[in-house]
Design a protein around this ligand. Structure first.
Ligand SMILES: C[C@@](CO)(OP(=O)(O)O)[C@H](O)COP(=O)(O)OP(=O)(O)OC[C@H]1O[C@@H](n2ccc(N)nc2=O)[C@H](O)[C@@H]1O
Ligand SMILES: Nc1ncnc2c1ncn2[C@@H]1O[C@H](COP(=O)(O)OP(=O)(O)O)[C@@H](O)[C@H]1O
Length: 268
């Protein structure tokens, strides 16, 4: 069975407080985009993971798909061994949630392939164990997210009339490091309300709290956002903890001047 895990962008990200468990409470909007990995699972005699495409840092044993397998196996001891092949296409360390998406799609695939009978809520509970933004990818529909970023309220947000362009500069940001550099603060205007206002309003009001310190340390990423506005973006922002930056445009911009130093995904 083959599935196509998709990436997400964060539209707005307010980090509101540090929690006693070391995590942070936040509010954000997750919006699914059309950049996809390819994930294939077949039954096998032993558990095997291999991958192609982009280089994934770390050991294969730590891959989130393998972690997902062990998590399910604890509750479903009769689960057969499988061979997992991942074709990695979603940029890594980009704030696009690629690893989390692979894990969530793996759980959904296993549920269907082996008839585990898990409800959407049950699959989300498994996903939450693997990463804060992992549960979002079980349904992968636009949501307002809160708490650790793993509780959701569905929202009506349809950006299909616009062109979303995603720019991946030659920079990587670790999520844990990004959180360490941020000073949590209560929100003045909730993103839940702001996201319902016209896009023309977003530039002045919807912000990503990671941008402050990450832009200071990485002028390249700051520059990409500025360039997207220079090319006419209605709204531009770093996604999640970076390093990718997206722009929402009325029509496809000519970003050829940026292509030498960045990977650019049009119409995502
Ligand atoms: C920042 C966000 C925004 O959407 O996305 P990315 O930029 O990584 O895609 C998410 O909060 C990332 O979620 P995810 O990548 O699943 O995080 P996890 O693996 O659970 O945690 C990685 C590390 O980030 C920190 N962390 C994560 C979530 C949270 N609410 N508070 C935190 O402080 C913790 O230090 C944790 O050890
Ligand atoms: N299937 C996977 N795809 C990508 N990264 C993975 C995967 N499994 C584990 N990882 C680890 O997770 C880290 C963060 O990956 P990713 O989810 O792409 O970034 P981000 O947190 O920016 O969305 C990587 O550096 C890698 O070590």
């Amino acid at each position: 069975m083959i599935v196509f895990p998709n990436a997400k962008i964060n539209i707005g990200l307010n980090i509101t407080e540090r929690r006693p468990d070391g995590y942070h409470n936040l509010e954000t909007v997750f919006y699914p985009i059309k950049i996809n990995d390819v994930l294939e699972v077949i039954e096998a005699d032993e558990l095997i993971f291999d991958y192609s495409g982009l280089d994934i840092p770390g050991d294969d044993a730590d891959n989130l798909c393998i972690k997902g397998y062990h998590l399910l196996k604890k509750d479903f001891p009769k689960l057969p061994a499988v061979k997992i092949h991942l074709h990695k296409n979603i940029p890594i360390g980009a704030g696009l949630g690629g690893g989390s998406s692979d894990a969530a799609f793996f759980i959904k695939l296993m549920n269907e392939k082996f008839g585990l009978g898990l409800s959407v809520d049950a699959m989300m509970d498994y996903a939450r164990v693997l990463g804060a933004d992992c549960a979002f990818f079980i349904e992968s529909k636009p949501v307002f997210a809160f708490d650790k970023g793993d509780e959701f309220e569905a929202i009506k947000l349809d950006l299909t009339a616009y062109q979303i362009v995603l720019v991946m500069p030659d920079a990587h940001v670790s999520t844990a490091e990004a959180y360490r550099g941020v000073k949590p603060a209560p929100v003045k205007e909730s993103l839940y309300d702001l996201i319902k206002t016209p896009i023309a309003n977003w530039k002045r009001h919807i912000k990503n709290d990671f941008e402050g310190h990450i832009f200071r340390d990485n002028p390249i990423i700051r520059g990409v956002k500025a360039e997207l506005y220079e090319h006419g973006a209605l709204y531009a922002s770093m996604s999640g903890s970076g390093a990718s930056v997206f722009g929402i445009f009325e029509s496809t911009p000519d970003l050829s001047a940026m292509e030498e130093y960045n990977q650019i995904f049009y119409n995502v």
